[in-house]
Design a protein around this ligand. Sequence first.
Ligand SMILES: [Zn+2]
Ligand SMILES: [Zn+2]
Length: 711
Amino acid sequence: MYGAKGMGQIIIKGIQTNNLKNIDVTIQKNALNLIIGPSGSGKSSLAYGTIGKIGLQEYLSMFFDEMNDPSYRVSEYQNMSATVPIKQTNYNSNVKSTIGTYFCFSSKIIALYASLLGMDEHFFVLNREENVCPVCHGLGTVRQMDLSKILDYKKTIAENPFKCWQRRNDFFTKILIKFCEEKKIDINTKIEDLSAADLNMLLNGESKGKFKINYTHGKFKAVRTTKYFGLFTQTSMIQKDFNLPDSYYSDLKCKACNGLKYSEKHLEFKLNGLSIGEFMNTSFSDLTPFFDKIRKKKLNAETERLINPICVFLNKAIELNLGYLSFTRTIPSLSGGELQRLRLIQVLCTQLTDLILIFDEPLAGLSGEEKEAVFKNITRLSKKHTLIVVDHSRKFISSADNIIALGEKSGELGGYLINAQKYIDSQVFPTGIATVTPKDFINVKLKQEIYGYAGADVKIAKKSLNLVTGYSGVGKSTLLREYFPRFFDEYLYINQKPVAGNVNSNVGTLLDISSRIFNLFAKKFEKPKSFFSNSSGNEGCCPACSGSGYNIYANEKFTCKECDGTGFNQALKKYKIADKNLFDIWGMTVSDAMTFFDTLDKKIMSHISVANQLSLGHLRIGQATASLSGGENVRIKLLKLADSQADVIGVDEPFKGLNITEIWQILNFLIEKRDSGKTIVVVDHTENVEKFFDYHIGLEIKNKMITGKVL
Ligand SMILES: [Zn+2]
Ligand SMILES: [Zn+2]
């Protein structure tokens, strides 16, 4: 039937998944296939929604009966194999899931310890109460008061550095001063310069005698006679009940087991100087000597079987610059890129061949040399497997065996095959854009142990556009996500994780326009707003799904047929503004809505035009928040900047997955915000963007501190 050439190709015809317009696609087997195009043009629908799903569906249907109908729509396909989708997203939120458990190494390590120490495996498993640390129950962390959230290290004692003692500030400031007089502690010392003994006294101490404090409480004068009790004594000096709000707590390393999770008796059983808890906590790079020592002895077949896969994994991890991770590191704390690279190692280690591997943006978030290593390993995979990569970097474009370009635009205007070369040629940055020279700087200096870092000491430029780069593991995201909020009072952090909100929220609610649209209808038809609202409990709700737009059968979500997933009551179909009812509006893309609301409502227009400016024109108003990509999440959150009080904004990888036209739109938006006085710090490694930033900081680790140098 097939010629030799035909066997080398996967052919899929009549693809109509999501917005794809009945296209035919040819994939080269055992080659690098690249998919490019603007956001929302259908790249994910093709790669993951169609090719990825066909492979999974066909394969799984051999094991399970009564599989759901496939969500992809194609008329025919030839030469498919099993697919492995490897995404850049990390939505895992299970804190018990670690690199060790997720990649099935924990059981191998336990077996290795048991076998070499001649003990029973049960002795080392973590799900037995008698094996684990009694304080943290084997979690390694404990919810405890977080000093860096409680204390303002830049303030002196006389200025009352306790953030949790700001109400009735007058009382606390005075009693702090009295206590320090008694203990001979200098009240004009900043917390960061205080000796450990004095700080300990402040937190855990108690005064000998009582102090009589005159203070003002609102308009009133008050007197209180009490001893001083340090915060950690958990004894209140002013309110009846001591109750520090949860916002002052963090999950910090358990002091009882030092984060090792195991009970004390386990520390005595060591292999090459490491107890099993210490082994799990040791970085991959530092485990090399451990295995070198083991290999010096003659090993039996059983031990070989256990250590070989671990060593292969460790060596690859080190090669791909993940040597700083340890088996105990939790999956939710990994970036999408770190998890994707770990999964890449999994694929590199498998003995299976002829799989279809699908990657999105595998080089995103990596510095120059790291990109090289990952790129080399991915392209090497094309000898054994078929690669489908969604990416925009020049590296992939110049070495792809086959490029599929989708366009022209997004949403309904996308989903067509377009000329790849013409599209690539159209992607260039404008020239002649001036940056500003920073005048003032902020030194972010903070000591606090987080994820193995001792603290941060990084200078950023005020009211400027800062770019932060550096190797994986140098603490880029940790700096923005953990240290900045502890340092700045008014700070906003924007990353790829889904926008917090209820499960039923959609693009309309995120853009803050749903309620305004209901108002428009309410006004026109002189009815209450709830008559048109689809949020549950309102009159406008679809009775079949209570407004959620879906129903749940056997733990799976199915679009509600009654309301077509809009959540609206059928009765609302006859109410129209400018010939459109709410069902029509919920189906509109943001760009369509621009035309529609142009003359109808100024406020709605202003909200959706910012969304359009941030390359979100392809999203549908009624689209569920949960379906948004990481890049779309970042851009939706950027919209919120408009109403944010924060003067410092940290943005993690805003350009990921975007083409140059789109990156330029976002840069423009950030430049506008800088010009309005905001300090913006961006972590990103997209090629050629650095020239648009005012200040470029390269991160380094010095004595476990995250430090920065000007590039
Ligand atoms: Zn513990
Ligand atoms: Zn419904």
